[in-house]
Design a binder for this molecule. Sequence first.
Ligand SMILES: CC(=O)SCCNC(=O)CCNC(=O)[C@H](O)C(C)(C)COP(=O)(O)OP(=O)(O)OC[C@H]1O[C@@H](n2cnc3c(N)ncnc32)[C@H](O)[C@@H]1OP(=O)(O)O
Ligand SMILES: CC(C)C(=O)C(=O)O
Length: 485
Amino acid sequence: MFTSTVSPDPQPGASTVPAAPSWNRQKPSGMPSHRYRPAHDRVEIPLTDTQREWPSRRLTTAPLWVPVDLRDGNQALAEPMDPARKRQFFKLMVSMGYTEIEVGYPSASQTDFDFVRLIADSGGTTTPLAPDDVTIVVFTPARRDLIERTVESISGIRNPVVIHLYTATAPTWRDTVLGKSRDELVELILSGASDVLELAGHLPHVRFEFSPEVFNLTEPDYVLDLCNRITELWDARPERPVILNLPATVEIASPNVYADQIEYMHRNLARRESVILSVHPHNDRGTGVACAELAVLAGAQRVEGCIFGNGERTGNVDIATLALNLHAQGVDPMIDFSRLDEIKRTVEECTRLPIHPRHPYVGELVYTAFSGTHQDAIKKGFAEHTGRAAETGVEESELEWRVPYLPIDPADVGRNYDAVIRVNSQSGKGGIAYLLQAEYGLELSRERQIEFAGHVQRRTDATGAELSAAQLYELYVGVYAVGPA
Ligand SMILES: CC(=O)SCCNC(=O)CCNC(=O)[C@H](O)C(C)(C)COP(=O)(O)OP(=O)(O)OC[C@H]1O[C@@H](n2cnc3c(N)ncnc32)[C@H](O)[C@@H]1OP(=O)(O)O
Ligand SMILES: CC(C)C(=O)C(=O)O
């Protein structure tokens, strides 16, 4: 029934390993890498060099972000969120500006069901949990009893709703998990889609979403045909578009492969103008963010992820990183991350998982320099920024940002400059001078900076520890026998 319409990947010599050059003396690791097959041998890659357009496109607007922390992130916690934490998290997301939020898997647990009911029952009261314009997404497998329960959960709700149906489509899942042939699986999914239509199709504010789970390992022509059947069955129209969400459920390949897969769907889907093309990357290879960015270049319009990348295994794609990557390119992220520390605290409280200190944009150390040459550059960059603001009469907070080593102004996300420079044995005169100037108003001559840096270096080498601004000042007063400023 399904015939291949796509060309094999043309990359010449993609599977051959060139002989190592003489300067590369690495030895074979002895690890059993032969047990794993490259992505190109596991799934057909649908585009060729002459077809793909995503490499020359640019990101100029934000896609629709849909946080799935309350479903996909929640299912990955040892202790799923209780109602109070779910509520707190939901309110946070609304306050940040999300307009479409996946709130749970109502057929999975009473807590998930009750949370959707809480949203439904509070609608129209003086204290609605969800403002009327926030779309609520509920998730269900393709099983009639579970679809019925899902539809029951949204009964009477005033908000726009998306019923999100999913079933895995990749060969290993078909064979090992679901025990279905290709045709049998299509039948199961279309039967689930018909149930959704029968039970909720008459509700005017309800739309539908389908996810072929493990899309990235599924035969391109098979999944394309399946998606087209769904949009036909659900009668996708511009005024009632269907969301087709194409997950990289378990990452298997470098992001260019996912981009090819998404662009193939983008170009070949029927009713394209009535389809919202969505992606749902995970992060098994650590390339979830890159996958999402290239997928948007390839035609995706909507991205599902978790605010700071929580989720099963290595997590879902990290929306904060994606959004702030756009911000750093001059594109409005359309979500407000200006109170980043408050958002971080709430998410940590709700998930009971700490955020890594090096997490892009969010971690407590990501706007901090310990090393001398970086500190020197930042100090000069701050001075240039202040000088340019005075010269041009433009507010510092509005002025083009050019400070070296700081991809964005920490103030944009509510951070101050207190921890930007910290001194230890890796530091140099510039960083030391910056701290003494910023904290104590001491302006040191270049000669004094060089000389005092020697004292600091001896102290930090001896102790191995960091020196705070107060400790630096104390040392300075001791060395130069000056009274407190
Ligand atoms: C990639 C993702 O994150 S997908 C979301 C995963 N999230 C969750 O699983 C959290 C919520 N899940 C649950 O609470 C439960 O698994 C339930 C309520 C959905 C089902 O529970 P149970 O009936 O006890 O089934 P159980 O979990 O053991 O197994 C799943 C069954 O559904 C089948 N199944 C799995 N996914 C789907 C699907 N999307 N559509 C239809 N059937 C499915 C499996 O093949 C298996 O069938 P079998 O019992 O005939 O072998
Ligand atoms: C089914 C989809 C939405 C998903 O959660 C996944 O593939 O990870």
